[in-house]
Ligand binder design. Structure first.
Ligand code: 15L
Length: 263
């Protein structure tokens, strides 16, 4: 199996590099930033390019069995930047995959696609209607829509993962609910790469957190079985500062008007 990973130098990409390596699997890593060269025994190819460069992406997609699209801006930014890097960039990734006949794309969406969903203690369903909390969230909704189009129009298998918070460890009390541990992230990506003919899927990407209200029905139907629980890290974050919006909206701090990137 040969897999292209965009945004491979980013937070999630870096955490996934060793976790997605397998005997018999080539990982082709792409990022605009330089990537560490392959270590001994690592079956890794490197590409330095922007996700907005369709020609470079088309070349990078050549011979791949799947693309994991992690690339782009990972938080709020001025509209023009979001449009160029996240929306145009995600179009370019899907279009390059189509042109190179790559059959499957796994897309890193985000909880911020539905960040203004109010929290009332009930289960947070799969397939929540878009309710972005930022321009960044809008770009994630757009990416999901592009994935849906490329499935329906061109037959690509597309798995969109609305990731909670994927870091080495939870960083604040909100993330005790939203954390996706790196190992669980790798499990979910593995399931997304290997589930037979998934079609178009939209799943939550979170761990088996005691405080999570996220439905994992859709993710589990792909074969994902989370093993980690943020609660193990509670002592480190519980007494840290919490944002007042964390209890009110799914997207927490991203719902604050202070994040208006236009100023
Ligand atoms: C995201 O989508 C961001 O990329 C990440 O940096 C975190 O802010 C995460 O969401 C989160 O909600 O914790």
């Amino acid at each position: 199996m040969r897999v292209l990973i965009t945004g491979a130098a980013g937070v999630v990409g870096t955490l996934m590099r060793s976790r997605l390596a397998r005997p018999g699997r080539t990982l082709r890593l792409l990022d605009i930033a330089p990537l560490p060269p392959p270590g001994p025994g690592e079956d890794i190819e490197l590409r330095q390019a922007s996700v907005t460069d369709l020609a470079a992406l088309r070349e990078a997609c050549e011979g791949m069995d799947a693309v994991i699209h992690l690339g782009g801006l990972s938080g709020e930014a001025p509209w023009e930047r979001i449009l160029e890097v996240n929306i145009q960039g995600t179009y370019a990734v899907f279009e390059a995959a189509r042109r190179a006949r790559v059959p499957r794309v796994v897309y890193a969406s985000s909880n911020h696609a539905v960040g203004f969903h109010p929290l009332d203690g009930s289960e947070i369903a799969d397939h929540l209607f878009p309710r972005p909390d930022t321009f960044y969230g809008v770009s994630k909704v757009a990416g999901e829509a592009i994935g849906s189009l490329y499935h329906d129009r061109y037959g690509l298998d597309v798995v969109c993962i609305r990731i909670g918070s994927c870091f080495e460890k939870p960083r604040n009390s909100r993330q005790l609910a939203t954390w996706l541990s790196p190992d669980d992230c790798a499990r979910l990506l593995e399931a997304s790469l290997t589930a037979p003919s998934p079609g178009f899927r939209l799943v939550w990407g979170v761990s088996a957190n005691t405080r999570s209200r996220f439905s994992l029905t859709e993710a589990r139907s792909l074969g994902y079985e989370p093993l980690d629980d943020a609660e193990e890290h509670r002592a480190a974050v519980e007494h840290g500062p919490a944002h007042p919006l964390d209890a009110r909206y799914l997207g927490g701090e991203f719902c604050s008007p202070d994040l208006d990137a236009e100023g």
